[in-house]
Design a binder for this molecule. Structure first.
Ligand SMILES: Nc1ncnc2c1ncn2[C@@H]1O[C@H](COP(=O)(O)OP(=O)(O)OP(=O)(O)O)[C@@H](O)[C@H]1O
Ligand SMILES: [Mg+2]
Length: 476
C-alpha cells in the first residue's frame, strides 16, 4: 500500500517503489526537503501514480513485486510520459540499465547505492523546484569539454536524452552502436561515453574501418608477429593491445570485410585474440564502441554486415539525430563553433547577423554539424556575409550542387567513400528540401522529385528523415 505523507507545504514528492532499503529520510537526504512516499508493489505504485499530485520523482527498484522486469517503469511512463524516474538495480545487470535508460529513466544506480551519489542526483533533479524544463533547454546549452579540444554541446530534448543515456551507459562495460548520418556527432558521443566511464584516464583510439585498406585492417586491429607476411620484419602490437584498459571506436564498422567481422565477433565474446602469424592467445581489456552511417537493415539483408556481429555490437544503440531535427541548436552551435575556431586561430570572433542566423535556420544541413562547423570556420576566416549567404542559397536552390558536398564529407576516407558520401548527401538534401517545400506531403514531394511514391518512402526511411516536430523514439 502507498503511504502518503501529510504535509501542508508543497515539497517535491519522491515516491520510492520497493526501495525502502535506502532509508531515504534518515540517511540520504534532509527529510525536510522532500515528501517521501512508498509503494511496495507494482499495483500500489500504479495506484499512487494515478492520484494527484503526481510525484516529482520516482526511485524504483528494477525488481518490483507483482510485475515482470521493467514493466512497472513502462506502465509508469505510459501514465506520465514526463515522469522523472531513477532506477536501482544490480551493477552486473547492464541489460536492465540499458533498457531502463531507453525507456526514459533519468539514471540507473547500482546497488549498494552510494548515498552521496543519490543525494546529488536528487538535488540535481529536484533542487530547483519546478523549473520549466522545456523552456530552459533551448537557451540553456550544456557543454562538456572532452579530450583533444573536442566538446559535446546539447540543448534540445533529443540531445539531452543522448547525454542522459551516455551518463548511464558509460558505467557499464558493454558495446554501444552509434547510428546517425554523416557529421551528426557519432565520434563526439563516443568520446563522451569514454570521458564519463571509469576508463576515462586510459586511451581512446579510433579506427576508421573504411579508410584502412581491407588487408591492412586486420593487422591494424590485432597486430602481427615477425614473419607473418612479406615485409613484417618486426612484431607489432595492434590497436586492441595498445588500447589496454581504454575504449576503441570502430568507425564505419559496416565497411569492415565480413571475414574480419567474424574475428571481431570472437574477440567481443571473450576479449581474446591472436596476432597475425601468432600462436599465443592474448587477452585485451578494451571497451568497444562502433559507429556507422549506413542503413543497417539494408546491410544486413545484403549480408555486408554480419547479423551476429550486429546483435553483439548493438547491446545498446544510440541514434544521433540529424541537425535538421534539432534546429533550435543551430544558433548555439554556431556561437560555440565560432568561439572554438576563433580561439584556435587566435582571431577575434565575428558576430552573426539576424539575416545570416535566419538563413542558417532554414537551411537543411545535409552534412550536419561537420558542415555547420566548416561553414562557421569559413565565415570566421573570410568574414564575407554575402558570400556565406549565397553559399547557403545556392545549395538550397540546387541541393545536388556538388560544390557543397565535399566540404561536408570526410577528409580521410578515400575517393570511393567521398564519392558515395557526396551522392548520399546530395540525395538526402534534395529529398529533405522537397519535403520541406511540400510541408511533408509525400505524394507531392514524390511528384516534385520525379520519383515514385514508394521510392520516396524507401528513401525517407533510408536517410532517416522525419517531419520537423517528430520526436524520435528508439525501438527497444
Ligand atoms: N554535440 C556536439 N557538440 C559540439 N560539437 C559537435 C557535436 N557533435 C558533433 N560536433 C562537431 O561536429 C563535427 C562532426 O562530428 P563527428 O566527427 O563526431 O561526426 P560523425 O557522426 O562521427 O561523422 P561521420 O559519420 O562523418 O564520421 C566535429 O567537428 C565535432 O566536433
Ligand atoms: Mg565519425
Amino acid at each position: 500500500m502507498a503511504t502518503a505523507a501529510v504535509s501542508a507545504i508543497s515539497l517535491p514528492v519522491v515516491l520510492m517503489v520497493n526501495a525502502e532499503h535506502l532509508r531515504l529520510p534518515s540517511r540520504a537526504v534532509d527529510v525536510e526537503d522532500y515528501q517521501i512516499e512508498t509503494a511496495g508493489s507494482a499495483s500500489a505504485a500504479l495506484e499512487r501514480l494515478q492520484r494527484r499530485p503526481v510525484p516529482d520523482l520516482v526511485l524504483m527498484n528494477v525488481a518490483v513485486p507483482g510485475a515482470e522486469g521493467l514493466q512497472t517503469l513502462q506502465w509508469a511512463r505510459e501514465l506520465h510520459p514526463e515522469l522523472k524516474v531513477i532506477m536501482l538495480g544490480s551493477a552486473s545487470d547492464a541489460r536492465s540499465a540499458a533498457l531502463a535508460v531507453r525507456m526514459g529513466a533519468l539514471d540507473y544506480l547500482s546497488e549498494p547505492v552510494q548515498q552521496a551519489e543519490l543525494q546529488a542526483l536528487l538535488q540535481q533533479h529536484l533542487g530547483e523546484v519546478a523549473p520549466a524544463q522545456e523552456a530552459a533547454v533551448d537557451g540553456d546549452p550544456e557543454i562538456i569539454n572532452l579530450s583533444d579540444g573536442a566538446s559535446f554541446l546539447c540543448a534540445s530534448p533529443a540531445m539531452k536524452q543522448i547525454h542522459a543515456q551516455a551518463c548511464v551507459i558509460a558505467k557499464f562495460d558493454m558495446p554501444v552502436l552509434m547510428l546517425g548520418q554523416s557529421g551528426t556527432g557519432k565520434e563526439v558521443v563516443s568520446l563522451l561515453i569514454h570521458h564519463l566511464s571509469p576508463r576515462a584516464k586510459y586511451p581512446f583510439l579510433k579506427v576508421n574501418c573504411a579508410a584502412v585498406p581491407a588487408d591492412l585492417l586486420e593487422s591494424e586491429l590485432f597486430g602481427y608477429e615477425a614473419g607473418a607476411f612479406t615485409g613484417a620484419t618486426k612484431a607489432k602490437p595492434g590497436k586492441f593491445e595498445l588500447c589496454e584498459k581504454g575504449t576503441i571506436l570502430l568507425d564505419e564498422v559496416g565497411e569492415m570485410p565480413p571475414a574480419l567481422q567474424a574475428k571481431l565477433l570472437h574477440f567481443l565474446q571473450d576479449h581474446r585474440f591472436s596476432r597475425l602469424g601468432g600462436r599465443t592467445t592474448i587477452q585485451a581489456d578494451v571497451r568497444i564502441l562502433a559507429a556507422t552511417n549506413i542503413n543497417v537493415e539494408e546491410a544486413l539483408a545484403a549480408k555486408t554486415l554480419r547479423e551476429d556481429l550486429y546483435y553483439r555490437l548493438s547491446g545498446f544503440t544510440m541514434r544521433i539525430p540529424p541537425l535538421r531535427e534539432r534546429k533550435k541548436e543551430i544558433p548555439l552551435l554556431m556561437t560555440h563553433f565560432m568561439k572554438k575556431n576563433a580561439a584556435q586561430f587566435s582571431s577575434p570572433e565575428r558576430r552573426f547577423s539576424q539575416t545570416l542566423l535566419q538563413a542558417c535556420l532554414s537551411y537543411a544541413w545535409p552534412g550536419n554539424l561537420r558542415q555547420l562547423e566548416n561553414f562557421v570556420r569559413r565565415y570566421l576566416v573570410l568574414g564575407d556575409e554575402e558570400l556565406a549567404l549565397s553559399e547557403l542559397r545556392v545549395s538550397q536552390r540546387a541541393p545536388g550542387d556538388m560544390r557543397q558536398a565535399p566540404l561536408a564529407a570526410k577528409d580521410s576516407s578515400g575517393l570511393k567513400f567521398l564519392a558515395r558520401s557526396v551522392k548520399k548527401e546530395a540525395e538526402a538534401a534534395a529529398i529533405a528540401h522537397a519535403l520541406e517545400q511540400t510541408n511533408w506531403h509525400r505524394q507531392k514531394a514524390a511528384t516534385l522529385l520525379k520519383i515514385s511514391y514508394k521510392a520516396l518512402l524507401y528513401k525517407i526511411k533510408q536517410y532517416e528523415l522525419h517531419p520537423p516536430e517528430t520526436e524520435q523514439v528508439d525501438a527497444l
